[in-house]
Design a protein around this ligand. Structure first.
Ligand code: G6P
Length: 613
């Protein structure tokens, strides 16, 4: 989730790159950098100043020599390596002539780096990306043109990339390539551009072209030529762009939350990428805790706030079921003041998208003070919690702009379930074949989420019917319970309507007194273990006049008897259902909020990162 831009043949190279990067900051701002290339010279500037990285780069570039007509630029959202200048792109080869920028994850970077170092290459960063510069350097030294050198290098890498490379030995050429991560090419008279997203070059280029997976493009001032990885020519599809700049930054969506909801399959894919060795070992590059320490865990406590707390609730089911460890889940603001018991072997997991929520940081600090080992699950590399914790696992959901969390939530569940599988592997509580099956199942969830997203229109129609309702109860049992909590929170946050999440079995202990005509009960009814019981709960509320909306699987024929509206989702392994079932509830909350004219990206009274107690 980084932003990339490049230009060839421009009389305004520096301004083009800096303006483009400023527009790409929503893709990440851990660092920003550019490389300008002309015959025999590659000039590079990089800054890592958090949200001010592009501004700092602008100042740094005041000392840039003039006379460069080509260059590349990058704004980084860190996945491998801390957000520091040394890890900022562009990365150079050993000669300093070749510069590359990369968005994506090179999965086999560790083995490639070992081989390259054995052949004498020196690395200056701890990123997965730098291997690309050295691979291209090797191919260039064998006499290949830059285009062929990039093609040859890409045949050696696994993973995702949008890549751009330049070489002072072949100036006024950029070679760009794509697999999974987005890439567009733009043209204007005598100038050619590339970018991860259209906004970066929207007011400079006059025609835009999409690069597809495994296509490589050679850009020169006169235009571009595209080939596949084997060198056979391909035609790029021309895009018709009718957006204004603001819409373009939201990827053509009306708001950031829609973009982020739609990005959930990508968030899952990126979070799961690079997590399993060929021998089946589940692995986390960034986890600074030994296998022996994980084997000694006797009890797990998860601390979190808001949506992250609901991801933690899901993790309880996975860790207990798979790793047979006892798990408590605590609201982080309650944990530290409760004089918590921390025994030898207590593992505390702090779950936080930002890694900056003060309640969660204080809870993990308290746990650490009492002797617990702490693992942080954070979406932001080197966040405060990630730095302080004994260990960290990063979700790779990309920058989340909207206050209400969506794609981070599914990524957190995926990361926590991976950790549950790792614990099971170390403790021998699951058969290796079951671990493999769950791992592959987890990797298939993205496609099921994509199917749930395709059904957006029906959810919107249901929401339209219910505009005017004021009281909502979200219920679920077993793995449907955390999803019910999250569905209620989304509706509250986005639409300002009264919504409560409850375990279905608890209704009869109080809330049932509130059920009357006009009240809407939204039930997560996908859990097969508890299916009959949730149907009974729904019959109870229906008998008292409630309107019933049910999230149910495609094959559920029984649900129609008790539900007024059914939101269908593909059936999946129960442990994965929270990631799929939440999708219609996110869309439902969004549609209600839009129907009521709310500001969906910035709900009143709330903040994205809460750094006060
Ligand atoms: C705020 C945000 C929520 C988020 C919660 C926890 O309330 O508005 O979307 O779930 O903080 O944030 P964290 O960064 O710790 O996950």
């Amino acid at each position: 989730m980084c932003g990339i831009i490049g230009v060839v043949g421009s009389s305004d190279t520096l301004a083009t790159l800096l303006e483009g990067l400023a527009r790409l900051e929503y893709r990440g701002y851990d660092s920003a950098g550019i490389a300008l290339v002309r015959p025999g010279q590659t000039w590079r500037a990089r800054c890592a100043a958090g949200t001010e990285s592009v501004a700092a780069l602008r100042i740094e570039c005041e000392r840039a020599p003039s006379g460069f007509s080509s260059g590349i630029g990058h704004t980084r959202w860190a996945t491998h390596g801390a957000p520091e200048v040394a890890n900022a792109h562009p990365h150079l080869d050993c000669s300093g002539n070749i510069a590359i920028i990369h968005n994506g994850i090179i999965e086999n970077h560790t083995e490639l780096q070992v081989e390259l170092e054995a052949r004498g290459h020196t690395f200056t960063s701890v990123t997965d990306s730098e291997v690309l510069a050295h691979l291209i350097e090797e191919s260039r030294s064998q006499g290949l043109e830059l285009l062929d050198a990039v093609r040859a290098s890409l045949k050696l890498v696994r993973g995702a990339f949008a890549l751009a490379a330049m070489d002072a030995g072949e100036p006024d050429v950029i070679v760009a390539a794509r697999r999974i991560s987005p890439l567009v090419v733009g043209t204007a008279a005598g100038v050619t551009y590339l970018a991860s997203d259209v906004p970066a070059i929207l007011d400079r280029a006059t025609a835009f072209y999409a690069v597809n997976d495994d296509e490589v493009v050679r850009l020169g001032p006169e235009g571009f030529r595209a080939v596949d990885l084997d060198g056979a020519p391909v035609r790029l599809h021309q895009l018709s762009i009718e957006w204004d700049l603001e819409t373009a930054q939201k990827g053509g969506n009306d708001d950031f939350i829609t973009k982020e909801i739609n990005e959930q399959p990508d968030a899952l894919r990126d979070t799961l990428m690079d997590r399993r060795r060929p021998d089946g070992t589940i692995t986390f590059d960034e986890l600074r805790i030994s296998d022996d320490e994980l084997r000694e865990v006797k009890r797990v406590v998860l601390v979190a706030a808001g949506t992250s707390h609901h991801a933690a609730l899901v993790a309880k089911y996975a860790i207990e079921r798979w790793a047979r460890l006892s798990v408590d889940v605590d609201i982080s603001s309650e944990y530290r003041y409760r004089d918590p018991v921390v025994e030898i072997g207590t593992l505390v997991i702090g779950v936080s998208q930002s890694g900056e929520t003060i309640d969660t940081i204080m809870a993990t600090r308290e746990a650490q003070r009492r002797g617990a080992r702490v693992v942080a699950i954070s979406n932001i590399v080197d966040s405060s919690m990630a730095r302080e914790a004994s260990a960290v696992i990063y979700t790779r959901a990309g920058l989340e702009v909207s206050v209400a969390s969506t794609k981070s939530y599914v990524a957190q569940i995926a990361a926590l379930e991976l950790l549950a599988l790792r614990l099971a592997q170390l403790r021998g509580t699951l058969d290796p074949s079951d671990i493999d099956a769950f791992f592959h199942g987890l990797n298939a969830v993205g496609a099921q989420v994509a199917t749930a997203l395709e059904r957006r229109g029906h959810v919107e129609d249901v929401a339209k019917q219910l505009i005017g309702a004021h009281d909502f109860f979200f219920i679920g049992r077993h793995l449907g319970f955390p999803t019910a909590m999250e569905g209620a929170l989304k509706l509250k946050e986005l639409s300002y309507l009264h919504a409560e999440g409850y375990p279905g079995g608890e209704l009869k202990h109080g809330p049932l007194a509130l059920i009357e005509p006009g009240v809407v009960v939204v039930a997560v009814a996908t859990d097969l273990v508890m299916h009959e019981k949730i149907l009974s709960n729904l019959a109870e509320v229906k008998a008292r006049g409630a309107t019933v909306v049910a999230v149910a699987t495609d094959d559920d024929d029984a649900i129609a008897a008790v539900a007024d509206y059914v939101l269908r989702v593909p059936a999946t392994e129960p442990m994965f259902s929270p990631m799929v079932d939440v999708v219609p509830l996110q869309i439902f909350a969004y549609s209600m909020a839009r129907g009521l004219g709310r500001n969906v990206d910035r709900p009143r009274n709330l903040a994205k990162t809460v750094t006060v107690e």
